[in-house]
Design a protein around this ligand. Structure first.
Ligand SMILES: [Mg+2]
Length: 367
């Protein structure tokens, strides 16, 4: 089982914990000091209940609530608190992962009572930092993360075999990590409304998310020769946006698996099939290795462009990567190191503010 910890309104809660005058009040944390000319980067639950949310211009927030409390964001303070929470969680002696500045994952393999451990995690965080966390427990990280969102704030949610179907049936697809942005919207428009609909269509997206932790990098006995994901569409598809959205999703699934196994690839393969085009496969190999989902996706688009198909009718598609090696960041060129820290910053921002908050311009034409 995986346990996912998601801090509740993290930045705003820290400010309220430090300054008791702010407790119980609607509060926003702004990304810049000028309170009317910034963007809400966190809102306390008191503010959220009024309809104020992160990403909103602060002026709009003040229109909703003129006596809103305002604090300028102090990144150093939030990072320090995040690191202290990580140290505290280490004390539970389970493999531990940093998912984002306010999210952590623990591998509970071999632990009997995951729920009571989850309660203990919440208690200790509250006792030490005077802020609350929501905890989700499930068989993989994707479902554990989803579970942590279902009873916020101060929630503790278990998804197990008994409640798996009923939970997924009542949970909108866009609650699922990776389905929050415009890509998720495209799938919703295709008729996949709930997480259960996605599970019926693409069970491996929900199932194949083993929690992988960095405790033993490179220790896995044998590296796979390739990693691939494919999908047969419910009907023939001609809309390029939908086709690209599927390639994007499959690239994401492949990229996640590479990163979980600390691997990089040199070759990207795209496979397409349909009654008119038959089965088409082509690949692109480059000297520079990657495990970046966007990189894999954009290589797929280049491969597809080279196939020069005119509005192909697609029934099935697949993305696979091969020529795999262990990732070794010490070998990266300076530019690649910069790109790696850029990806980390992306993950941090998207982890904090929601999927798709920041994205490479190249994908904007799928939106
Ligand atoms: Mg959070």
């Amino acid at each position: 089982m995986i346990l996912h910890v998601d801090m509740d309104a993290f930045f705003a809660s820290i400010e309220q914990a430090i300054n008791p005058r702010l407790k119980g009040k609607p509060l926003i944390v702004g990304s810049r000091g000028s309170k009317m000319h910034t963007v809400v980067c966190a809102a306390s639950y008191e503010a959220k209940h009024l309809g104020i949310h992160s990403g909103m211009p602060s002026r709009d927030a003040f229109n909703i609530c003129p006596n809103l409390e305002f604090v300028t964001a102090d990144q150093a303070k939030y990072i320090w608190t995040s690191e202290q929470i990580f140290e505290l969680l280490k004390g539970f002696n389970s493999p531990l992962n940093y998912a984002s500045i306010d999210e952590f994952q623990m591998d509970l393999t071999g632990i009997k009572n995951a729920v009571s451990l989850g309660k203990e995690v919440k208690l200790q965080i509250y006792a030490n930092f005077n802020i609350t966390a929501s905890v989700g427990i499930a068989k993989n990280w994707l479902l554990a993360k989803l579970a942590s969102k279902l009873n916020k704030p101060d929630g503790l949610t278990l998804i197990n075999d008994e409640n798996f179907e009923e939970t997924l049936r009542v949970t909108p697809l866009n609650k699922l990590c990776g389905m929050g942005g415009k890509n998720g919207q495209i799938f919703m428009n295709q008729g996949l409304k709930t997480c259960w609909d996605l599970y019926l269509n693409l069970p491996e997206f929900i199932n194949n998310n083993p929690g992988k932790f960095e405790e033993n990098p490179g220790k896995s006995s044998e590296s796979p020769k390739s990693v691939s994901h494919s999908y047969t569409l419910p009907r023939v598809e001609i809309n390029p946006r939908v086709i690209q959205a599927w390639i994007r999703l499959l690239s994401e699934m492949v990229g996640v698996r590479l990163r979980q196994q600390n691997l990089v690839c040199r070759t990207v393969n795209l496979y397409l099939s349909g009654s008119e085009i038959g089965s088409l496969g082509a690949q692109k190999t480059s000297q520079i290795t990657t495990n970046d989902s966007y990189e894999i996706y954009s290589k797929c688009l280049k491969i597809m462009a080279k196939m020069s198909l005119k509005r192909p009718k697609i029934r099935a598609l697949g993305v696979s990567v091969s020529q795999l090696n262990q990732a070794d960041s010490s070998l990266l060129l300076i530019e690649e190191k910069q790109r790696e820290s850029l990806t980390r910053a992306f993950d941090l921002i998207n982890g904090r503010f929601g999927e798709g908050t920041i994205y490479p311009a190249i994908t904007s034409f799928t939106r």
